[in-house]
Design a protein around this ligand. Structure first.
Ligand code: PLP
Length: 268
């Protein structure tokens, strides 16, 4: 028998194309050596060209999935991705309190505030943004928005280091313990610089920019790699540095698939 690995739970949507969402989370957990568990929130119909539509899972079924695994197998760290509706977000927040996951508990909780795909298709009903801010952010150990999500959540358009700091401060106002403002979508920048802050420390994580259009699932993959590192007991700054190394490699190894945007890859 093998020693039992640490466990990580993803609460997120399915991507039929296998590049993002639950599928990206599970293979990242696997690549990072943790046992992955899932609470599926929505089923998207998508391929490399975009999201054709989605159906959400009833909120009580999302809740039941979380309780089933937390009560029996135990969760060492959890993350959220696509949550689809305000009703699901409210149900997830309440359930996480009941199973003692989130900041101020022993189980770290990462919120990747997924709002739209990189092809511009909505993955969240409009009224749900407010629920992400008010229900999830105060419970989060770490939130990991990209620059489009920062603009949606705070109204701040990040264009440089100073506005990235301003965005970090604005996001911390909603109550997460740490925020990672990812700079990868600042397309004219020569490097990908992400800013991590808890309001006291401001840590710039600088990495190379790879010349590829195949970045589908990149945000999910980074948040999952961070969640896996947290599950293994790393503190937030170390876990984020681990996640950054993982996504750099996954982008470097990304591949073309289909006529549109190919996925980042954890195969190496
Ligand atoms: N589909 C699902 C289910 C997702 O969770 C996400 C991102 O989180 C996407 C699609 C979009 O991924 P990308 O923005 O990398 O295309």
């Amino acid at each position: 028998m093998t020693a039992t690995p640490r466990t990580a739970l993803t609460i997120a949507g399915s991507d039929s194309g296998g590049g993002a969402g639950i599928q990206a989370d599970l293979r990242t957990f696997f690549a990072c050596g943790v046992h992955g568990m899932t609470a599926i929130t929505a089923v998207t119909v998508q391929n490399s060209l975009g999201v054709q539509g989605f159906t959400e899972i009833p909120a009580d079924v999302v809740t039941a999935q979380i309780k089933a695994v937390a009560g029996d197998m135990g969760v060492d760290a959890a993350k959220t991705g696509m949550l689809a509706t305000a009703e699901i977000i409210q149900a997830v927040a309440k359930t996480l309190d009941e199973v003692h996951i989130g900041r101020d508990t022993d189980t770290p909780f990462v919120v990747d505030p997924v709002a739209a795909s990189m092809t511009g298709d909505a993955l969240l009903r409009e009224e749900a943004l407010e629920a992400i801010r008010t229900e999830l952010f105060p419970r989060a150990t770490l939130v990991t928005p990209n620059l489009d999500e920062v603009r949606l959540l705070t109204g701040i358009l990040v264009t440089d280091e100073e506005s990235q700091r301003e965005a970090a401060r604005a996001l911390l106002e909603f109550g997460p313990q740490w925020v990672l403002v990812k700079g990868g979508h600042l397309y004219n920048a020569p490097r990908c610089v992400d800013l991590l802050s808890d309001g006291t420390q401001f840590v710039a994580l600088d990495g190379p920019r790879h010349d590829t259009d195949n970045t589908h699932g990149g945000g999910d993959t980074m948040a999952s790699a961070i969640t896996a590192a947290l599950a293994k007991g790393e503190g937030v700054p170390d876990a984020v540095a681990s996640g950054k190394r993982f996504i750099e490699r996954a982008v470097a190894e990304s591949y073309a698939l289909g006529a549109g945007v190919g996925p980042v890859s954890p195969f190496w």
